[in-house]
Write a protein that binds this ligand. Sequence first.
Ligand code: SF4
Ligand code: SF4
Length: 384
Amino acid sequence: MTHVVSFVKVKDPLDEVEIKHAISSSVDLLGGLSSIVRKDDRVILKPNLEAPRHANTAATTSMVFIERLVELIRLAGARPIVAEGPFMNYDAKTVFTLTGAEELCRGLDVELVNLNDTETVEVRVPGGKAHKKLRIPRIILEADKIVNLPKMKTHHLTSLTCSMKNLKGILPGRDKQLSHVRGLDQAIVDINKVVQSDLIVVDGILAMQGRGPTFGDSIQLGVIIAGTNDLAVDIACSQMMGLDPDDVKHLRIAMQEFSIRPGDVKVVGTPLEEVKTQFNVPRESWTYRFAQRSAHILDRQVYQQFRPEKSIYPLLSGLFGAHPRIDAAKCTVCGICAKSCPVDAIDLPKKKILASKCIDCLICSELCPFQAIQIKSISERKNA
Ligand code: SF4
Ligand code: SF4
């Protein structure tokens, strides 16, 4: 089966009118919104608002994407609802205020839902490996359509975060943390077995490269990508970012499990070669992979249950130097990492991570606003 993915290059990426026009064009190239959304549908819009960072930092989806999709969905006679569950300890109200989502949704008279704080339903994951069951917000399960609005970014654990990974944001609160502990790549694929997008429109206007997904460097691309299959969109986006999809672990697993290959993806609109840009991509070294994989195979059950005292994770990653460490000179003792650590492994006054407890979920390094938590065995591949 062929999956169509559209690329539209925006002439002036600072011109919101032009961006809106390009968003419409990207959807028209797929056959138009009326081929996806029906009258009276309840449509969930899922942007990437993972952190209290404005879109001009390249960490979150630009508000113009939400605004244009709300307009198009209403024109189709359907009812849009914006929903997101920010990562871990980030307060949803703060995130919605700083990103501008609260003000935008109030102005548009659209409901804005905090997915970390809604009723959930436990569902079985068919063929689930990292997650056998998942708690999914009822509002997601009962939606007629899901429109995914990811930001194009690199990620220090998963190489890239785009459509498939943006769906992890629907998991409520601590369940996001479990995905890290159970093996993030397989967890992403398992989440996508339960929830799939009907339409994806990727914000590639101001993308992120380097040590994403929250505090990397911005890169002005001016590209909008749309499709109706999460994996197909991510395959096309990875190619655009100069990555072989087979080198991106969650895409490799998904291509095997969902039987979609790069040859099944047809790009329309702006040719891929015209917009292709080599991103700086964080990479895990073999030492980190060895420690992760070995421990995951050898003590998966112990690890899954958050019992670090019985896990060989600390030993293996200690031996191979794969533990995160706090750079005391950069650390401001803000405490964000300690609050988020699932096993209480951070000694904040001493600015130390206790190797005997740490299970290498690397949530702390993702959350540190000052890039003070380093993992020596994760490096960055620079632009060619
Ligand atoms: S989040 Fe970063 S800056 Fe804050 S206490 Fe932890 S290491 Fe230090
Ligand atoms: S110290 Fe960091 S990597 Fe280690 S368990 Fe805690 S949050 Fe995870």
